[in-house]
Ligand binder design. Sequence first.
Ligand code: PLP
Length: 402
Amino acid sequence: MATTTTTDWHALEAQLYMRTFARIPLTLVRGIGALVWDDRGREYLDFFAGLAVNALGHCPPVIVETLREQVGNLIHTTNLYYTVPQLQLAQILVEHSSLQQVFFTNSGAESNEAAIKLARKWGKLQRGGAFEIISTHNSFHGRTLATLAATGQPKYQQGFDPLPPGFVFVPFNDVEALEQAVTDRTVAILLEPVQGEGGVYPATREYLHAARRLCDERNLLLILDEIQTGVARTGTLWAHEQYGIEPDIMTLAKGLGGGVPIGAALAKERAAVFQVGDHGSTFAGNPLACAAGYAVMRTIIDQDIPGRVRLAGARLRAGLEGLRADFSLVTEVRGLGLLLAFELAREAGTDVLNAALERGLLVNRVTPTAIRLVPPLIVTDQQIDRAVEILRASVAAVQAMA
Ligand SMILES: *Cc1c(COP(=O)(O)O)cnc(C)c1O
């Protein structure tokens, strides 16, 4: 028997885990709301929230209770049977969106895979075999081969070719480039309302309206990847509501399960062309994940979380604008709701992240020059003010370093 009571988790990871993640040297063991604790008992304010996943915070009682009950009833069965949580979640999603049918998945990439397959099938049936999907530079749609092919960032694709064909890229927010890219081969336009992984760049209103109009005029599908922007993150249940347009297909994941892995592809009736046998997944839509998703959606709707996100987002944004006013190191603040980032004058993202970490705040360095803030949607005013205070001290320290 080992006599030590502590484990060197960092060394164990280096030995056992494939080298895919640039880990921050922190081992998290517990969380409540917007707070987390490491294995040495130190508390942190979590403005990373599991990469915009812990929408209702860490271990919200409603999710804990729902999961406890579901675990005791039915964790998993096959999609060859009907299950109640799956249909309850499908119903609440459809009732609160402009889309009519749902397919559940286990992740964001799988949601986009489903959307891509749906678009291809629709192209065969409705557009004489058109298959090409127009995506944008700097986009992010996932790490599977097809979603990598759809991602407009060559750094993620290098070393994995040949990638599936059928994707073309245009500059984001460039209406003319989008119009010119449409050909007879085009079947769909795939866009994020806010480019999240790319650095938090919102689409302009003009751009999403142009995309919608093009899809209507040329008989194409508009696929909105709301994996990061959906489920109230931007201050409306779906980000596209703020733009006043509707997609033909919408993909979700991240916040949907409140921390439990689940994703979804939703479609308008005309785009929901899957037939029996066209798609499937063993785990996807299982009772445990769907019970969590239903609890998240009920809470977000019943407690008007989108309304709260608008206020909290404005407060955090004002705090960040204060940093921009006071420090030459901070050059820009951008985003929507509680999906925000601030840009730095130089590649000091890691320094700011570390300075904040030392002061008890977790943030995400989304590009070498940008810090992304995606706190739980239930973050309090007091926690926002505290985070801004920590960022102020962190930016001051890093600016002084130069
Ligand atoms: C995170 C993300 C994905 C990929 O989701 P995974 O669950 O990591 O597969 C796809 N699109 C967007 C916009 C994302 O933010």
